[in-house]
Design a protein around this ligand. Structure first.
Ligand SMILES: Cc1ncc(COP(=O)(O)O)c(C=O)c1O
Length: 398
């Protein structure tokens, strides 16, 4: 019998999530009676607010019909009112509701780039940007950030060096997954200046907007000079603890961008009807829901920061937002260390699952000695996880 035809090289080259690499090992270890603390993945552990569940139950139509491709009118209105409260000018017609922020990022890349165009990203970056770029046939051009600068932006000159004739956009994540960095107004102004000079789009992933612990978070929409080049990528997932609702948006004042994203939306028909509606109460009164979550994450950030200070010879900065931190470890290879920790190390039958940071870099060899922690555990477990990390490093290096 003949072999079946080969799958596409696009599919072959697509990365499997590096975050899930050690997940199978963790499951095996758990079966041996070892408790595993997950510091590897950013799935919030807090309950979804009961108002969302009430809104889901309230749905009383005879049919779950397709929604319009750009989104249901009351949902678009609710997103627009959410932005208005933040002084962000996005009218319902400037918004397309998407199946999570993920679909929105793919649509936005496809809307502004042709195949083989380049998009500048700052590494370490959200690792799924790799897959989104592959699907869109776009090449990511990384500009490396430095852990010693708290992963803040380099000089204008260093950013401009990455621009070529093929560059169409700069993709940022602010507040950042995986670094927890928030770009200042001055840093964003630097990007705006570059984007205007080289006529580039700025695609701004702001899904962690509310999780800003000290300094004010600025949106790319706070820069009127770049209105026609700015695209906001957003999601309800993390800010409202509704990851499974799969609701995000693409927002822009550029009518061509929104019309293009909508055409893609038309091809996939619509986004989940009930979930769009169920989020309306949250979008209309966002602070009620986001304030307690932000307070909880800030508390956890402080626990992590204090816990990490007790570990000798590691490098890190205080995260300013989101719920992630990258730390530099005094080891040869974070992949090997994380694998050893999950397969062999334990203290009183407990260990930790880490995310090696190389998967957040596009430049080969970068992030080899770094790991990302997502602080999605309750206070006691978080403290214990950091203690386990300290003990593991001491044992690994002895
Ligand atoms: C930076 C960033 N952008 C986008 C997303 C996509 O989220 P969703 O598709 O759940 O809206 C995530 C999810 O973890 C993320 O961390």
């Amino acid at each position: 019998m003949k072999n079946p035809p080969a799958i596409s090289s696009r599919a072959k080259n697509l990365q499997a999530s590096p975050l899930r690499k050690l997940a199978a090992a963790a499951e095996t270890r758990k079966k041996t009676g070892v408790k595993v603390y997950h510091l590897n993945i950013g799935q919030p552990d807090l309950p979804t607010h009961p108002d969302v569940m009430t809104a889901v139950r309230k749905f009383n139509e005879p049919t779950i019909a397709y929604a319009p491709s750009n989104g249901l009118a009351p949902a678009l209105q609710a997103w627009s009112s959410y932005y208005k409260k933040l002084q962000i000018d996005l009218k319902p017609e400037d918004i397309v509701i998407t199946t999570g922020g993920s679909e929105g990022i793919i649509f936005a890349l496809e809307a502004v780039c042709d195949a083989n165009d380049e998009v500048i990203v700052f590494e370490p970056f959200y690792t799924n940007y790799n897959s989104f770029a592959s699907l869109a046939g776009v090449t990511l051009k990384p500009v490396t950030l430095d852990i010693k600068d708290g992963f803040h932006l380099p000089s204008e000159r260093d950013i401009v060096k990455a621009i070529s004739k093929k560059t169409k956009a700069i993709l940022i994540c602010n507040p950042s997954n995986p670094t927890g960095t928030i770009f200042s107004k001055a840093e964003l102004a630097r990007l705006v200046k570059i984007a205007r000079r080289y006529n580039l789009f700025i695609l701004s992933d702001e899904v962690y907007r509310e999780f800003a612990f000290e300094n004010k978070h600025y949106s790319i929409m706070d820069f009127p000079a770049i209105r026609q080049q700015a695209v906001v990528l957003d999601s309800a997932s993390k800010r409202f603890n509704v990851c499974g609702a799969r609701i995000g948006i693409v927002g822009s004042k550029n009518k061509d961008v929104i019309a293009s994203v909508l055409k893609m939306g038309m091809a996939r028909l619509s986004v989940a009807t009930i979930e769009q509606l169920a989020l309306i109460p949250l979008l209309t009164n966002p602070k009620k829901y986001t304030s307690p979550i932000t307070k909880e994450f800030k508390k956890r950030r402080d626990i992590v920061y204090t816990g990490l200070k007790k570990i000798p010879n590691i490098t890190f900065s205080k995260p300013e937002g989101a719920f992630y931190i990258i730390i530099g470890l005094p080891i040869d290879d974070a992949d090997r260390f994380a694998s050893w920790m999950i397969n062999q190390f334990h203290n009183n039958k407990e260990t930790v699952l880490l995310a090696p940071a190389a998967g957040f870099y596009a430049t080969p060899g970068k992030g080899k000695r770094e790991v990302r922690l997502a602080y999605m555990l309750k206070e006691k477990d978080l403290k214990r996880s950091l203690e386990l990390l300290r003990l593991a490093l001491a044992e690994y290096n002895s």
